[in-house]
Design a protein. Structure first.
Length: 296
């Protein structure tokens, strides 16, 4: 592969690598640095025998982030023990980081991610948020498939326990998958089970127009904003038969993607095991600005 073609492929993958690095590191600045370091590493490597460029870039970027996480943990462990008040005064939080990370992976996960070991964090983020198999993640963290599964499982339990230690809460991906399966099957009870009673569905103008144009063919009636589990469930019942599981900016969602190209995207916001918000996007220009990765 020529330097020019490698550079082009890297730029194609840059948004995904940035999203991956951000979720692993929790800092926009560190994420940008990690992506740049990834480019430096691959530009100096022999890419001629690489068949899966996307997978290779993901692996290299994750190794970079893993190294940064371990270095961070080492610094934390070496830091002198001082009082909590002094810590708060000398190291204030980063508001931008807190808001962005809360939006990306949920407030409970934001609290827990920084408490995980580097290996746990990598295993959890790559598997639960980016859909990589444990067989793929294991070599990155230097563990067996079974050990990697255990790392992610422990991290997931810690996330679930935040807010209610007695309640077992399914992962965002499990909730999204359950919602899609119930919608495809037309199972009203199962759809309602994963929707918050006050769930809100927001559809862009393109989605509303498309639904109106296809009403004679059974398309559900859409408005720009719809509230309540019963009304939202009726929109989706049976209408997701052609939807595929995707990652929407790194978060589990769904998309109608004929030929592998997303034409409509559903982004789910999940809290405490239920969907509280659904964003439906059908405008092509808006979809171009969204990172949509097919995972099935």
């Amino acid at each position: 592969m020529t330097d020019q073609s490698l550079s082009a492929r890297f730029e194609e993958n840059r948004p995904r690598l940035r999203a991956l690095a951000y979720r692993l590191l929790g800092s926009t600045g560190e994420a940008e640095d990690a992506v740049q370091e990834t480019w430096l590493r691959i530009s100096q490597a022999d890419s001629g025998a690489v068949e899966n460029i996307g997978g290779w870039l993901t692996t290299v970027a994750t190794h970079v982030c893993f190294d940064l996480l371990r270095a961070r943990k080492t610094r934390e462990n070496a830091a002198p023990a001082i009082g909590a008040d002094a810590v708060a005064a000398s190291a204030p939080g980063d508001p931008e980081r807190d808001v962005l990370l809360a939006d990306a992976v949920g407030s409970a996960m934001m609290i827990v991610l920084d408490t995980l070991s580097p290996a746990e964090r990598v295993a959890f983020v790559l598997h639960d948020l980016f859909g990589l198999s444990f067989e793929e993640v294991g070599p990155i963290v230097g563990r067996s498939t079974v050990a990697t599964r255990q790392l992610a499982s422990r991290a997931r339990r810690l996330v679930q326990r935040v807010g209610d230690p007695e309640q077992e809460v399914p992962s965002q991906r499990e909730v999204a998958q359950a919602f899609m399966a119930a919608s495809r099957d037309g199972n009203l009870e199962a759809v309602l089970a994963v929707l918050d009673p006050d769930v809100v569905l927001r559809a862009d103008a393109a989605a509303v127009r498309a639904a109106a144009a296809n009403a004679s063919r059974g398309a559900p009636r859409l408005v720009r904003e719809l509230r309540g589990a019963a009304d939202v469930a009726r929109v989706f019942l049976g209408s997701a038969r052609a939807a595929r599981a995707v990652l929407v900016d790194g978060t589990p969602g769904a998309a109608w993607a004929p030929g592998g190209r997303a034409r409509a995207v559903w982004a789910f916001k999940v809290e405490r095991g239920r969907i509280v918000e659904v964003e439906l996007t059908a405008d092509p220009r808006s979809i171009e600005r969204i990172e949509v990765l097919l995972v099935d």
